[in-house]
Design a protein around this ligand. Sequence first.
Ligand SMILES: Nc1ncnc2c1ncn2[C@@H]1O[C@H](COP(=O)(O)OP(=O)(O)OP(=O)(O)O)[C@@H](O)[C@H]1O
Length: 442
Amino acid sequence: MPHLPLVERSVLSLMIRDDRFRRRALGEGLKAEHFWSLRPLWEAIAALARSGHPVDVATLSTFLARDGRILEIGGHEALQAIAEQSVPGDNWTQWVRDLGSARARRVAVESAKWMAEAADGEEALEAAAAAEKAIKEAIAGPTRAKPMKQVMAEVLAELQDLVNAGPLPGVPTGIDELDAISGGMRAGELWVILAQTSGGKSVLMNQLGLSGLKAKKRGAFFSVEMLAGVVGARLISSHGVIPLEKLTQPKTNTKRDWNLIEAQMKELAAMEAWVDDTPKMSLSHVEAEAQRLTDAHGPLGIIVVDYIQILKGERAKNSNREEVVAMISSGLKQLAKAMKCPVVTGAQVNRSMIVRESDAISFDADAMLMIADDGIKVAKMRNGRKNDILRYRLNGQYQRFERISQREIDALEKAEKEAADEAADKAVASRGYGAGRNKQFK
Ligand SMILES: Nc1ncnc2c1ncn2[C@@H]1O[C@H](COP(=O)(O)OP(=O)(O)OP(=O)(O)O)[C@@H](O)[C@H]1O
């Protein structure tokens, strides 16, 4: 049978060593049929990756040894050699095409056999038609395009969901002004919260997640920095408007404090939510765990990932930190699409409020909220108006963003207007029209 042992070997070697290629292979529609000599190895890698298990030589070896298939690929040493083979990923696309064409040639050989073995003319014609279809499919690869009939059915289902949904098309954010602009956090959207260090990213992410839980959505919280207990304490504080100290230094708590805390704990415990605090968490861990939770409990309604730059990237050889961050942000966007729910994450910015390390985050995000002293600026909103400033400010003690008082908003707006006028004056003066905007009209 036609096959390409070296290409199979190179593709599988890349897949063992680099999660990025594993995801590409699965996303690009490679299947067991594309492999001939190393098919059991493909099946083992795909099964482990899909179920969120590590894909390393030891795990693969145990997996293949269980049903005796390790011998079909040449034994443990052959597996070790494949994993250690150093191959560049540059030819990946060509190799995937080559595997597709080798598969097409195998289908052609098989098809010729069916036709030759046909008992009579009619059966031979049927075999020829079936063979033509199989060859076309093998050459084209798995189709990704959806027929218009299916697209229309999906539009109809979405419209029905929107009609049946509450007042908002998306998951409520809990911040009225933001809901009015965005319509809530919609399925497939990536929301990114930007702030300097300790600016309140985690607080706002949790607040949006909690708002989803209150709207009876299933939620998953992934936290790299904080232990699950700390996330839990912060959620209690935010949900119950209880000072965080009462949860971090509880020795002086009164009976009333304990009653309040217990009531909040009960409410939160009844929500369908999970907190994952695995250290050194990677994007593929998040993807696999979100899938596992969905399989076990039903679709998730919101996913919070705290936060982009701290997530471990499977670093491909020679890739810099910027490329890794770009890969993670696009992975989170894909996760939102695959899980059909919003994903909320954060990104650290520097003093000039520039996203560190990657512009890609701003490309992938559907909504970007920038935390500043005078409020939360809507820096991007794919489905709505941008540049509004939501007059909310971090209240660290209660782990939530709260509306700024009207008096303070008036003062902020006055100061902003004065600053804008001053800037306009300077611009006019610098163009040489006079000393200032007001003087021109005297
Ligand atoms: N007991 C408390 N009282 C008042 N403020 C508190 C208390 N505990 C924490 N805070 C404040 O709450 C905020 C928590 O911010 P948060 O952890 O959301 O920031 P972040 O942007 O996620 O930070 P990092 O850069 O560490 O990821 C901090 O500004 C902190 O000072």
